[in-house]
Design a protein around this ligand. Structure first.
Ligand code: NAP
Length: 488
């Protein structure tokens, strides 16, 4: 039986966080949060209006100057404390995430660690913001180069990694000296509200982080972006919404970072270590039930090993246990909602109608919840809809290839360019193919690339900018140069 833990839900903040105070939304509006494992309500949270969002922005603007002038060491120590508090509350945060989002508890614990590591990484980066001092080539000027925070930021996050995506933005923005308005996804507000509470407890001053939960994202966000008070948008979500927001940002020339959708190709060459390739595919495909921008969407296997790879992958996929994520025996939780499950079901049906073979799964289970079984499809035709759509579910689609040029061309034949995976024992080929793949990240003989210390992000329509690594904080900093005549 699922364990909704009433005490934990009761203790989790459910109001808006504006100017350091928890507040109800205007007219006490609320919205419901559901458990995707049972499709039953968990609780309600505040449902912000455009007026509430304006109040959040006003608070962020008012706090900007003081926060920018706060010593980097102080900003760093607050983030260090937030990292420690997050780690100390792993069990509560993990359960909260599983309840609102569905992922198995073990994966939710992993996400808490991942999120906390972003806070630690950017606590370390806060004190490493540097500048420059140079003499101009003609000797007439000194050039002083400063790095300054870009200003109040709007952070918009998706439901699939509700804690990590918020931490990946709050960490660098706070470290750089920016104030923020955070708008989490309506399906998963609780993780963001809990993280907001942790940052306040860690000492983040009032107004620096303002969190607004809402069922009216478009109604809130467009006026904020067009109003001129936001200086930076950092968005993680679908390419479709990213495009809309980019157009809105163009009108007031708001700086923009976009982490958008993916359609990752996963290449297994004939000389690959097949055990490693199957392990990698299990991670790249099944992490988060396949609801990840990094999920292997198209698995291309060399003809010489295609049958063996399919047999081994099917053996692994068919033994996974599907169930409520709060059950310790569960490997695969529910999808986020009925619409998400219906999309996966229709993509599988389309592939099968076009000739794909179902090696395991493919049948909807009876009963409550948005469950979809781990599924392997072999001999998927290249015109199947799932080749050009994010599956966002536990479905491994296998394609066969014969040579390197052919598979690189197929892998690159997409509007997306977030991540790709290559399995081969030939180092030269690994590097050659890695260089040719049009993605921002490449996993060589690994199914996991996400790491707070590395620059995460995509090319083509998978986004603009990077999160994490040494460059993550750059997204929240401006250059300013002072010209000083040498005689003065
Ligand atoms: P989504 O529908 O694009 O929503 C993302 C966020 O944007 C939500 O908070 C959503 O709120 C908000 N939003 C939607 N329309 C908006 C609008 N017109 N104006 C302002 N905000 C708006 O994406 P999702 O379904 O939550 O997340 C899945 C997508 O995120 C996938 O495509 C996945 O690949 C991508 N993703 C990318 C990365 C990465 O790092 N590249 C990481 C994780 C996920 P509402 O739901 O209320 O509309």
């Amino acid at each position: 039986m699922p364990n909704p833990d009433p005490a934990l839900l009761k203790a989790t903040p459910k109001q808006l966080h504006i100017q350091g105070t928890w507040k109800n939304a205007t007219a006490n509006r609320t919205m419901q949060v559901d458990n995707p494992a049972t499709n039953t309500p968990l609780c309600t949270v505040a449902d912000a209006t455009p007026q509430d969002a304006q109040a959040a922005l006003t608070a962020a603007r008012a706090a900007q100057r003081t926060w920018a002038a706060t010593p980097p060491r102080t900003r760093s120590e607050i983030l260090h404390r937030a990292h420690e508090l997050t780690r100390a509350r792993t069990e509560d945060l993990a359960l909260l995430m599983t309840l609102e989002m569905g992922k198995p508890l073990a994966e939710a614990r992993g996400e808490v660690t991942y999120a906390a590591e972003f806070l630690r990484w950017f606590a370390e980066e806060a004190v490493r913001i540097d500048g420059g001092y140079a003499t101009s080539p003609d000797g007439r000027n000194r050039h002083l180069v400063l790095r300054q925070p870009v200003g109040p930021c709007l952070l918009i996050t998706p439901w699939n990694f509700p804690l990590a995506m918020a931490a990946r933005k709050i960490g660098p923005a706070a470290a750089a000296g920016c104030t923020m308005v955070l708008k989490p996804a309506p399906q998963t507000p609780l993780s963001s509200l809990a993280l907001t509470g942790i940052l306040a407890e860690a000492g983040l001053p009032p107004g620096v982080l303002n969190t607004v939960t809402t069922s009216d994202a478009a109604g809130l966000v467009e006026p904020l972006l067009r109003g001129g008070g936001i200086r930076k948008l950092s968005f993680t979500g679908s390419t479709e919404v990213g495009r809309t927001l980019l157009a809105q940002c163009a009108d007031t020339v708001v700086r923009t970072s976009l982490e958008l959708g993916g359609n990752a190709p996963f290449l297994v060459f004939g000389d690959a270590d097949l055990d490693a390739a199957v392990d990698g595919a299990m991670i790249a495909k099944m992490r988060n039930m396949g609801e990840a921008c990094t999920a292997a969407n198209r698995i291309y296997v060399h003809r010489s090993v295609a049958d063996e790879f399919a047999t081994r992958l099917t053996a692994r996929m068919s033994t996974l246990t599907v169930g409520d994520g709060t059950d310790p025996g569960t490997d695969v939780g529910p999808l986020i909602d009925a619409a998400g499950r219906a999309k996966v079901e229709s993509l599988v049906r389309d592939a099968v109608e076009r000739g794909a073979k179902v090696l395991t799964g493919g049948e909807l289970p009876p009963g409550e919840g948005n469950f979809y079984p781990p599924t392997v499809l072999a001999e998927v035709p290249r015109d199947a809809a799932l080749t050009s759509t994010e599956i966002f579910g536990p479905v491994a689609a296998l394609f066969t290839f014969d040579d390197e040029d052919e598979v690189v061309a197929a892998a690159n034949d997409t509007q997306w360019g977030l991540v790709s995976y290559v399995f081969t024992r030939d180092l030269d080929r690994a590097l050659r193919v890695g260089e040719r793949l049009e993605t921002g990240m490449v996993g060589l003989n690994t199914g996991l690339v996400s790491n707070p210390a590395a620059p995460f992000g995509g090319v083509k329509q998978s986004g603009l900018g990077r999160e994490g690594g040494r460059v993550g904080i750059e997204e929240f900093l401006e250059y300013k140069y002072l010209a000083v005549p040498t005689g003065s």
